[in-house]
Design a protein around this ligand. Structure first.
Ligand SMILES: NC(=O)c1ccc[n+]([C@@H]2O[C@H](COP(=O)([O-])OP(=O)(O)OC[C@H]3O[C@@H](n4cnc5c(N)ncnc54)[C@H](OP(=O)(O)O)[C@@H]3O)[C@@H](O)[C@H]2O)c1
Length: 350
């Protein structure tokens, strides 16, 4: 049957209108790349981005690995999440994932769960060269902003900082001191963060960093990563650290604890808020090991806990005041612990 020309014209217009509408909607969707998407912290960032309607390019080293399977089950993943196989040391693989994205949240970095045999190869190279590879791809893609996920460790290890002064964003870990004391992870994060800012300055790329404390909170899979291991060991009356601790009583060190969901909020805030610049310490609760274990004991008396603690001789209180001025808030530590334990039970870690 032939259509009347006017009707036909109307149909074409309608069709065109729909197509243009769809294109406009697609264009409205903001596309962001998240590196190391399957990791503990990054998974919560991906979940948050999808819930806000972003299209996410997530990089993973092995898309077929079961440890990344939870990503494809997230709400919105079937339409808006695309996984790319990429390694931090392979520039081309990163470039493919980053091209077409307006920005990048660079989360991937080795977080050791045992002392590295070769720190240069296992830690420093992927952290520093990997970050520079990501930034180079961001320059190629004309990305508007990169958020580098650093760590509170890039702030804390500074023996020259006055003992009675709370550490803020102007405090950097001392690289020489890190090398001399073989604090390889701390060195890797400090070097990578300063290299990121240096690169941004030289190439005119907008780089913002977020420095989370010890990240705790619900897990999406049973992977034994650093964050889960610390808490699981507490519940078995053990102390876990890298390198391992040999003392008979647990180091009563200072922890700056923060919930993984609050870290994801902070990272997105650092990305979205136009006024964000420089570093952002992201810590919520300053507690000693002893105070933390006592909190756990009150909530879950059925577990075995450490009961001998050394003197706490390193007060590393930090402040997230700058991040809070951007509008960041955080949840109580008890909520984080309860949700962590519940998730450990759900994924079979407890
Ligand atoms: N957890 C904390 O308490 C904490 C505190 C402060 C800062 N951070 C920072 O937060 C980020 C995420 O840590 P997380 O706790 O979520 O650790 P995680 O679960 O171990 O995640 C690390 C991610 O980095 C990826 N990765 C490591 N080496 C890579 C390489 N050569 N190429 C590509 N990807 C690589 C891993 O991929 P695979 O799965 O393939 O190994 C994994 O997805 C890190 O930058 C870490 O320094 C963590």
């Amino acid at each position: 049957m032939k259509h009347h020309p006017a009707i036909c014209f109307g149909l074409v217009n309608q069709q065109e209108h729909k197509t243009q509408g769809r294109i406009a909607m697609e264009m409205e969707k903001r596309k962001i790349c998240v590196t190391g998407a399957g990791g503990f912290v990054a998974s919560w960032i991906v979940k948050l981005l999808l819930s806000k309607g972003y299209v996410v390019h997530g990089t993973v080293r092995d898309p077929d690995d079961d440890k990344n399977a939870h990503l494809t089950k997230l709400d919105g993943a079937s339409d808006n999440l695309k996984l790319f196989k990429a390694n931090l040391l392979d520039y081309d693989s990163l470039r493919s994932a980053i091209m077409g994205c307006e920005g990048v949240l660079h989360v991937a970095c080795p977080v050791p769960t045992s002392a590295p045999a070769d720190p240069e190869v296992e830690l420093l190279e992927p952290a520093i060269k990997g970050t520079l590879n990501v930034l180079r791809a961001c320059s190629d893609a004309h990305a508007k902003r990169v958020v580098y996920v650093s760590s509170i460790s890039a702030v804390l290890l500074n023996p020259g900082w006055p003992k009675d002064r709370v550490k803020d964003e102007s405090c950097w870990s001392d690289k020489e001191h890190c090398r001399a004391t073989e604090r390889w992870y701390v060195l890797a994060k400090t070097e990578a963060e300063s290299a990121a800012f240096e690169y941004g300055k030289q190439k005119g790329l907008d780089v913002v960093s977020v420095n989370p404390g010890y990240v705790l909170g619900p897990v999406m899979n049973p992977s034994l990563v650093f964050s889960t291991l610390v808490l699981l060991n507490f519940l078995q009356g053990k102390y876990f650290d890298v390198p391992p601790v040999l003392e008979s009583c647990a180091p009563n060190k200072f922890w700056s604890v923060v919930d993984v969901r609050d870290v994801a909020d902070a990272i997105l805030m650092a990305y979205e808020k136009l006024e964000a610049e420089g570093r952002y310490i992201c810590t919520a609760h300053n507690v000693t090991t002893k105070e933390w274990v006592e909190k756990m004991k009150r909530l879950y008396p059925e577990f075995t806990y450490l009961d001998k603690f050394a003197e706490c001789d390193f007060d590393s209180r930090t402040s997230s005041e700058k991040l809070q001025k951007l509008g960041w808030t955080y949840r109580p530590m008890e909520e984080t612990m309860v949700d962590s334990i519940q998730s450990f039970r759900e994924v079979g870690l407890l």
